[in-house]
Design a binder for this molecule. Structure first.
Ligand SMILES: Cc1cc2nc3c(=O)[nH]c(=O)nc-3n(C[C@H](O)[C@H](O)[C@H](O)COP(=O)(O)OP(=O)(O)OC[C@H]3O[C@@H](n4cnc5c(N)ncnc54)[C@H](O)[C@@H]3O)c2cc1C
Length: 468
């Protein structure tokens, strides 16, 4: 992992003039002050100044910009809300950052067809609220939902707190409108729940991190809104006990809507931050919850609480209503802001291991952190085996940074050795690129590069990232 401060390639006055003609002069930003917020995303330590920030309002404008970029060999980095945690929007080779946040129309929510059609710049929470207003659920629930865009969620295949029961973004993408780097506009999939005509380009583009095409419109599937939901918290002496409870819950036939964990360090940080009355002496906290009919939810919560008790829970708290459930969920939702207060730099990572390996992976993370003398806390999606080890340190402490990088290097290797992966939901971006070959192997990496070349022959779209 390294800080990337790379000068832009420089855009000629002719290219800038043509960009102004396409989107209007006020939507082409070039001054240091205007461009600075688009030089970074939510990933610490990565930063690079683009030559211009361009904000199109229509698919036709996106197509004109990309045609111009391919013609002139200008790098283009698509960007939604900029909440990326893998430096996916950092314009390491300069050029244009193409920001989709002016494309914010919710075009349709259909209760008959259980789907919605939105422009790519609509935020996740706007889509979820529009669905909810019609009694429908859009399940993907990233913690960044008030700022992340649906286009960015598709491009990263965002996950969230409901992954175990409901899956992630890819499970809800029915169709895409995409502008190819060469300027053609294609529509993949559509309004159909069943459609196997041709290669599944919708799925290929989902998680392609802005390297194959620019997503301008998304058709998502929706579900009927569950009648109610409830959440509980169980405390354990160790993560190994919590891990056993997770196995017992799932083996017992329950597929919880929520199954999240915090380790001891994370419980302490959250309690200092939010004063929720958590048991800070516990070694681990398991947040479990379900949704459905009131009767089913009560039965499900009771079954999960019993599994926790049978596996050594030292305390259990059950919310009695939806508001109480939201209070308990706050413990998980504020993990990142709570840890961010501990030191100026918060490096949040994103490994996934097979579910039975969670406790072992957390033990290994603690051992690696101790050996490298770094402050590390871990929280994550226990149901998905998706862990977010987080190391905090002072920005000026170069040795601490070196130790953090060395620790994560070992963490990624350990995750792969346990049958896991280097990123479960945040993406590869620039930050994880050094570990991609280790995860995929040379043959698969070479295939990725050929796929990239087929979509983007001039190599202009998010160059230096996936497939480059
Ligand atoms: C506090 C916080 C909590 C988070 N919680 C979660 C979580 O629970 N689960 C999770 O999965 N992630 C989470 N994230 C990470 C991040 O929010 C997601 O990756 C999100 O999907 C990014 O959406 P965005 O609109 O901000 O995209 P950006 O950050 O702008 O871009 C992300 C990537 O997608 C590409 N891209 C963006 N828009 C388009 C487009 N229209 N067409 C083509 N490519 C595009 C970019 O080039 C980049 O590679 C969190 C981040 C923060 C800061």
């Amino acid at each position: 992992m390294s800080t990337s401060v790379v000068r832009g390639v420089g855009l000629t006055p002719e290219i800038l003039d043509r960009l102004r003609e396409i989107v209007g002069a006020e939507h082409v930003l070039t001054t240091d002050g205007d461009v600075e917020p688009f030089s970074r995303d939510a990933t610490p330590l990565f930063r690079a100044r683009p030559d211009a920030v361009v904000l199109p309002a229509t698919t036709a404008e996106v197509a004109d910009v990309l045609r111009l970029a391919t013609e002139t060999g200008t790098p283009v980095v698509p960007r939604g809300g900029g909440s990326n945690l893998a430096a996916g929007t950092v314009a390491e080779r300069g050029g244009i950052v193409l920001v989709l946040t002016r494309m914010t129309v919710v075009q349709e929510v259909s209760a008959d067809e259980l789907l919605a059609v939105v422009q790519a710049g609509v935020t996740t929470s706007t889509l979820a609220d529009a669905a909810s207003a019609r009694g429908l659920l859009y399940p993907p629930d990233p913690g960044s939902r008030t700022v992340s865009t649906v286009g960015g969620n598709v491009a990263t295949c965002a996950g969230g707190l409901r992954g175990l029961k409901y899956g992630v973004t890819r499970n809800y993408v029915l169709g895409l409108e995409v502008v190819l780097p060469t300027g053609e506009v294609i529509r993949t999939g559509g309004r159909l729940w069943k459609d196997v005509a041709g290669y599944d380009l919708t799925r290929l583009l989902t998680g392609s991190e802005g390297t194959l095409g620019v997503i301008t419109e998304v058709t998502v599937g929706l579900l009927p809104m569950p009648e109610t939901s409830r959440t509980g918290i169980a405390y354990f002496d160790s993560l190994a006990d919590a891990g056993r409870a997770v196995t017992a819950i799932i083996a017992g036939g329950t597929l919880p809507a929520t199954l999240e964990f915090l380790d001891r360090a994370c419980i302490g940080a959250v309690e200092d931050f939010a004063h929720l009355g958590l048991d800070r002496d516990a070694g681990a906290l398991l947040l479990f919850g379900d949704d459905g009919s009131p009767r089913d939810v009560v039965e499900s919560l009771d079954r999960m609480a019993a599994a926790c008790t049978a596996n050594g829970a030292r305390g259990i708290e059950l919310a009695t209503d939806v508001a109480g459930s939201e209070d308990l969920l706050a413990a998980r939702r504020c993990s990142l802001p709570a840890l961010s207060r501990l030191a100026p730099v918060t490096m949040l990572e994103d490994v996934t291991v097979p579910r039975p390996q969670i406790a072992r992976m957390v033990d290994d993370i603690e051992e690696i952190a101790r050996r490298h003398d770094v402050v590390c806390a871990t929280f994550g999606h226990a149901g998905d085996g998706n862990l977010h080890p987080t190391i905090v340190f002072d920005a000026d402490d170069h040795d601490a940074r070196r130790r953090a990088e060395a620790a994560f290097d070992e963490v990624f290797g350990r995750a792969i050795a346990l049958g896991g992966t280097i990123t479960g939901e945040h993406g590869v971006g620039a930050a994880k690129l050094p570990w991609l070959a280790q995860r995929l192997g040379a043959d698969q990496l070479a295939l990725l590069r050929r796929v990239k070349a087929a979509f983007d022959p001039a190599g202009i779209l998010n160059p230096g990232k996936l497939g480059s």
